[in-house]
Design a protein around this ligand. Structure first.
Ligand code: FCB
Length: 501
C-alpha cells in the first residue's frame, strides 16, 4: 500500500468511526429523553371482518372464499373456522367500549363484501349496510375515527365462481361495491383503504395456493395483481365521487429488504424485491405504472395489460398506509444455489428451492432471518426495521403522510389466576416499546407518521393457523366469549393517554 493509499484509508476509518459514534450518540440521547409523540398522534387498533365477526351466514350474508376454505377438510389448523370467531357481529358494542376505555383515537376495521352484496354484484343488502352503519356510529360516539378497509381477503364466493381476481371484470365490481359503501357511510367515514395486503392475498391465493381459493400458478397471480391494481384506481374514484370528505390510502404489507451481501447482484435483487413486495401497488396508484420488479421486460401480456390501463391504475393516494411485522434478507437467485423448502406464512417467508428464486421473472430469494428472538408465530423481532422502512418510504415518496396500519406480535399468554385474572404479557409490551421507540425516532428524523394501529384489538381467527396464534391486546376466551384486556392493552391505553413512551 503506498503512502497516499494509507492516508486515504486512515481518513476513511476516522470519518466512518466518527459517523458511527455520532449515530450511536443520537440514538442513545433519543432513547434517554423518553420519546414523546405528537399531541395529535392517532393511537389505534386494527381488526378484520372475517377474523372477528362470526355470524357467517346471518342477515343475508352469503359465503365468502374464506367460508368455503375453512369448511374444507384439512385446510386450517385444528379444523377451525370463522363461523363464530369472536362473535363481534353481536358483541361489537362491547369491543368498541374497550377501544374507548383504552383511549384509542382510530379504529381500523374491515367490511365483509358478502354482507353488502351477497353474490358480489347487484343491489345492496340493507341488513349488511345497517350493521356497518351502526358500527361506525358506535365508533364516532366513542370519539374514535373510523378507518375503513374495504377488503380484508373475504371475497364473495360468487365472484370466485366467476374466475376470481384473475378476471379483470372484478375491478368494476369492486368499484360498484365501493360506491355503495361510500354512498351509505361516506357522510361519516373520511379514511378509506381499498385492500389489505394486496400482494399477499394475490400471491398466496393464486400464485402458490396456501390461502383461498388455493390456486397456484404464476400467471394467475400476476393477472390477479393487475386486476387489483385496476380496482384500486377505480375504487378511489368511486369513493370520491360519492363522498366529498373521503380520503383514500392503503394498508399494504411491507417488510424492509436487506441485501444478503454487498455484491451488486444482491443489491439489485433487493431492489426488485422492494419493487415487487412493497411498492407494486403503491407505484401503480401514484404513477399509473409498475416498478421495476422483473429481471427482463415487465410481463404485460401475462398480466392481461391493455392499452390505457395506466390511466385506470393511476389514482394518487392521499396518505400511505402500511403494516410492519418483520424484515427480509434478499439475495440474487443465481447466487444462492439450492435452498430449503419454501415456506410462507402470513408474515414469514423462506427461501424457495428453485434456482430461479421465487419465480423466473423476479429472480430473487427472500427469507425472513432468525438472528434475533422470535415471537410465538416464529417471526423475527426486529424493531429497527420499522425505522428503516418508514424512512425509506419517506425518502422515496417525498415525505408522504404515513399511517402504520398494523404492527404487533403473537404471544399466547393466558389469564393468570394468581394475579387476579390478569394476562401478564410482558413480552408484548417489550415488543411495542421497542417498535414505538424506533417509530418515534423516525418522526423525530422528519417522517410524517400520523397514526399507529396495533394488531389487534382482540385475539382472533389467525387464518390458516386458526385459533393457535393470539395477537390481541385483549384476551378472548373462545368458549365463553369473555374478553380480558391484557397487561399490554392497559399499557398501550396509558400510552395513548399521555403520548409518552
Ligand atoms: C397481517 C394480516 C392480519 C393478521 C396479521 C397477524 O398480515 O393483515 O389479518 O393476520 O397479519
Amino acid at each position: 500500500m503506498d503512502q497516499l493509499d494509507q492516508l486515504d484509508r486512515r481518513r476513511f476509518l476516522a470519518a466512518s468511526s466518527a459517523l458511527a459514534a455520532g449515530s450511536l450518540l443520537s440514538r442513545h440521547a433519543f432513547a434517554e429523553s423518553r420519546a414523546q409523540f405528537p399531541k395529535d398522534f392517532l393511537w389505534g387498533m386494527a381488526t378484520a371482518s372475517y377474523q372477528i365477526e362470526g355470524a357467517w351466514d346471518e342477515d343475508g350474508k352469503a359465503e365468502s372464499i374464506w367460508d368455503r376454505y375453512t369448511h374444507t377438510v384439512g385446510k386450517i389448523k385444528g379444523a377451525a373456522t370463522g363461523d363464530v370467531a369472536c362473535d363481534s357481529y353481536h358483541r361489537y358494542r362491547e369491543d368498541i367500549a374497550i377501544l374507548k376505555q383504552l383511549n384509542q383515537k382510530s379504529g381500523r376495521f374491515s367490511i365483509s363484501w358478502s354482507r353488502i352484496q351477497p353474490s358480489g354484484t347487484g343491489p345492496a343488502n340493507p341488513k349488511g349496510l345497517d350493521y356497518y352503519s351502526r358500527y361506525v356510529d358506535a365508533l364516532l360516539e366513542a370519539g374514535i375515527r373510523p378507518f375503513c378497509t374495504l377488503y380484508h381477503w373475504d371475497l364473495p364466493q360468487g365472484l370466485e365462481d366467476r374466475g376470481g381476481w384473475p378476471n379483470r371484470d372484478l375491478a368494476g365490481y369492486f368499484a360498484d361495491y365501493a360506491g355503495i359503501l361510500a354512498k351509505a357511510l361516506g357522510d361519516r367515514i373520511a379514511v378509506w383503504a381499498p385492500f389489505n395486503m394486496p400482494w399477499a392475498f394475490t400471491y398466496y391465493g393464486y400464485g402458490i395456493g396456501i390461502h383461498p381459493p388455493g390456486r397456484a400458478e404464476y400467471g394467475l397471480f400476476i393477472k390477479a395483481a393487475h386486476t387489483v391494481a385496476l380496482a384500486q384506481g377505480e375504487c378511489s374514484r368511486a369513493i370520491k365521487a360519492a363522498s366529498s370528505k373521503a380520503t383514500v390510502g392503503s394498508a399494504y404489507s411491507m417488510a424492509p429488504g436487506y441485501p444478503k451481501t454487498d455484491s451488486e447482484a444482491d443489491i439489485a435483487a433487493t431492489a426488485r424485491y422492494h419493487a415487487m413486495n412493497n411498492l407494486y401497488f403503491l407505484e401503480a396508484a401514484m404513477k399509473g405504472e409498475y416498478p421495476k420488479a422483473f429481471v427482463g421486460e415487465t410481463p404485460f401480456e401475462l398480466m392481461g395489460y391493455k392499452a390505457g390501463d395506466d390511466k385506470i391504475m393511476k389514482a394518487p393516494l392521499d396518505w400511505v398506509g402500511f403494516h410492519y411485522y418483520t424484515r427480509r434478507v434478499i439475495s440474487d437467485a443465481k447466487n444462492t444455489g439450492s435452498a430449503g423448502p419454501a415456506r410462507f406464512g402470513t408474515e414469514t417467508e423462506s427461501d424457495a428451492p428453485d434456482a430461479n428464486g421465487r419465480d423466473p421473472y423476479t429472480r430473487f430469494h427472500a427469507i425472513m432471518p432468525t438472528d434475533h428472538p422470535l415471537t410465538e408465530a416464529g417471526l423475527e423481532i426486529y424493531p429497527h426495521g420499522i425505522y428503516d422502512l418508514v424512512m425509506q418510504i419517506t425518502r422515496e415518496y417525498n415525505k408522504p403522510i404515513i399511517e402504520i396500519t398494523e404492527s404487533g406480535c403473537c404471544y399466547n399468554d393466558t389469564p393468570y389466576d394468581a394475579e387476579g385474572g390478569h394476562v401478564p404479557d410482558t413480552r408484548r409490551i417489550a415488543f411495542f416499546r421497542g417498535h414505538l421507540s424506533e417509530l418515534a425516532r423516525a418522526i423525530h428524523d422528519g417522517a410524517r407518521v400520523r397514526a399507529y394501529h396495533a394488531w389487534s384489538l382482540l385475539d382472533n381467527f389467525e387464518w390458516t393457523d386458526g385459533y393457535t396464534q393470539r395477537y390481541g391486546l385483549t384476551y378472548v376466551d373462545y368458549r365463553s366469549q369473555k374478553r380480558v384486556v391484557k397487561d399490554s392493552g392497559l399499557w398501550y391505553g396509558q400510552l395513548a393517554a399521555t403520548g409518552q413512551l
